[in-house]
Design a binder for this molecule. Structure first.
Ligand SMILES: NC(=O)CC[C@H](N)C(=O)O
Length: 248
């Protein structure tokens, strides 16, 4: 079911959660709507500004430890994103953003900080000894079958490891075929709970994975016309999978 009003895409605190170009996820979503003749509005929300209610999609990107703590403190103040999720909004949160939407995460100084509690995951520097090295490099994830998506490609750069709480809601985004992801013994990456997705895939992830972008958009719009490509994306995806020796 499409609608006439512009789809509103909120890009949260890009100066704190924008280190890895994840703001490109907003560009991809807006462009894939416009290519279908549907209006889109990207609303940048600078740190310290109130998060607008009533957006369709909220995007949080990756960041360094201290900016991540500041972002969580700002967002927790009235937890506008949690209210929006309760109204049906979609959230895509990457890396630091993923950690922030969870229940708790470590700051650079090692102290544990509260997250937004949108998903039942917790992040620590490690759940095992010895503490594993930082996860840096390419990551390929086989999405959970019910998502009906092709392989997800990206890169990761994080120290934290993230696990689902006992009896927590949500399921992993998928199984890691290359890389680290959540860094848990089940070799998963990310979480999906309702319309909220967290993942360790940077890239920006939606540029390399247009099918994931369209999944998020379908949660807003229902059915959407098929939209191929752009063709170079598929060429680059195949080249990357070949270089990583990962087969679909
Ligand atoms: N790339 C990131 O967003 C890093 C997240 C977090 N600061 C960590 O290192 O685990």
């Amino acid at each position: 079911m499409s609608r006439d009003s512009a789809t509103r895409i909120a890009l949260i605190y890009p100066e704190l959660l924008g280190t890895y170009g994840d703001g490109g996820n907003a560009t991809v979503l807006a462009q894939r709507l416009r290519w279908r003749g549907l209006p889109a509005e990207v609303i940048g929300v600078p740190a310290g500004e109130p998060v607008p209610a009533g957006c369709d999609i909220y995007l949080l990107g990756g960041g360094e430890d201290e900016p991540q703590v500041l972002a969580a403190e700002g967002l927790r103040q009235n937890n506008a994103i949690a209210h929006a999720v309760a109204q049906g909004a979609v959230v895509l949160a990457v890396c630091a953003g993923y950690q922030v939407i969870g229940v708790s995460f470590p700051g650079g100084e090692g102290r544990i900080h509260d997250g937004l509690g949108l998903v039942d995951v917790e992040t620590r520097r490690s759940f095992e000894q010895p503490v594993p090295p930082r996860a840096v490099g390419d990551i390929v994830v086989e999405p959970a079958p019910e998502l009906a998506l092709p392989l997800l490609l990206g890169y990761e750069n994080h120290g934290g490891r993230t696990r689902t709480l006992p009896n927590g809601h949500g399921r992993p985004l998928g199984t890691v075929r290359k890389g680290v992801g959540n860094g848990t013994p089940d070799h998963t990456d990310g979480v999906v709970d309702g319309r909220v997705i967290g993942t360790y895939l940077h890239g920006p992830v939606l540029a390399q994975n247009p099918a994931l972008a369209d999944l998020l958009l379908s949660w807003v719009h229902g059915w959407l016309p098929e939209l191929a490509g752009p063709p170079e994306t598929e060429v680059l995806r195949q080249a990357r999978l070949h270089a990583l020796d990962v087969h679909a």
